[in-house]
Design a binder for this molecule. Sequence first.
Ligand code: NDP
Length: 495
Amino acid sequence: MSTVQSEPTSSVASRATDLVARARAAQQPWAAKTPEQRAAMLRQAQQAILARAAELAELIGAETKKPLAESYSSEVLGVADLFAYWCKYGPGLLRPRKGKVPSLEMPGKTAWVERLPRGVVVCISPWNYPISLPMRTIVPALLAGNAVVLKPSEITPGTGRWLVDAMHTVLGDVIGVADGDGEMGAALVEAGPDQVVFTGSTRTGRKVAVACAERGIPCDLELGGKDCAIVLDDAAVERTAAGIAWGIVTNAGQNCSGIERVAVHAAVAGKFVPALVRELQRAAADVPELVTPAQRHLVESHVRDALDRGAKLLTGELTPPEQPLPPLLLTDVDRDAPAWKDESFGPVAVLIVANDDAALVALANDSRYGLGASVWGGDLKRAEQVARQVRSGMVWVNNHSFTGAVPDLPWVGLGDSGTGVTNSPEALEHLTRPHLLVIDRASALEAWWYPYGPAMVELMKTVVDRQRSGGLGATLRTLKALKTRMAEIARARQN
Ligand code: NDP
């Protein structure tokens, strides 16, 4: 679907090239500032955005159909927190690390491992959280000294442009925005940035990864999911049902970490299933419409296919297109059906009952995705044990998914959910490159330099022996061997 006028491919390519070039020119003076100076400017950018928070929240609602409460809770607030976290902790996290160099064999050296910006980061973003998702990359990337070009989804172009315009007034060309659809995304990769951070579907992510690999560009992928909630037999029924209902329907289920599968212990199913049905029915009033007709068609096709194969709806029904889709809970779903296997990205989940913890874990792990999962239970030790057996990047005990709004915690998946990390100090490893700087204050020649001789071999043997046995005796033998070796070098150089 396209909301922008189509333009000749060469013009898309040249706009992409211009954007990357402009960002590249601005990046060097930006990187020359200290992290503290950059943090001070990012605080001003935060103020520029938050001063117009109400306008932003309205715009998000208009483009994504989110209720105003969610525009604030999952987008505007998230942005405020991201700036606050990175401006406070980022400079410390970027401080160079002093490397450990063996002082006996390699005297007089100081090594610094610095975190340098990669250069120009292209951030390709989806429409479901058009502000908070790209900002998880934009804020730490800028703080680390990169320039960023944002490619928002064609479905939410206004929000992306608003955000970048607000930041551009303070930061200038280190932040840019690329209007356009997937063709523009591909052209930005072609334009040769230094890093691509892609959030979106597994299908597109694969294409982006191939294009990056062909050009040797590092690439982070944050992709789809099919999260499972495991309900143990000692779960607090009411709270668990309320939490899982939220996990299924928040943002109309258009969440990479939306709960799309619920695996329930048979011993609690009799109480839990009616409670979940009640919660989903109660939530119906707050569920917005799906963002696009295409998305709705996909969700409905999963439900229809499951029903055709013999599944039942425990709550909800397929409604005419002019009415929003209510929360839908399916049971008796064939595990080969797309409703079980593929990401639906709507207010729909599949419920399945099993008799013990091992069977519940096996159900959760029956997926090619691996983004999030949750385990709900009263005995926290047991719940933690179950949680550790689930194959996913993130697992929450007695909650789901809320940590996307906590900047210190990594957002990470595996398998078809991608390999990227956003949020947290760990994300800096992707947005910067390690750079080694070594200062040598030694005046003597090195024991491993030419010319080689028998004393060199003896020294190496002594060093190996020291690694093997350790202790003072081995250190003294190494010192002696070093002395002999240095004398050997000196003799050889006199000839
Ligand atoms: P898409 O994969 O369709 O699009 C994502 C972005 O990629 C859009 O900006 C799109 O542009 C752009 N794009 C499309 N084709 C290309 C290409 N060939 N090269 C470069 N860029 C391209 O995803 P959706 O926008 O539909 O978002 C929904 C998906 O995102 C879901 O699968 C969801 O699970 C996932 N997601 C993952 C998250 C995570 O953290 N793991 C978080 C949130 C969502 P355009 O839209 O303009 O065509």
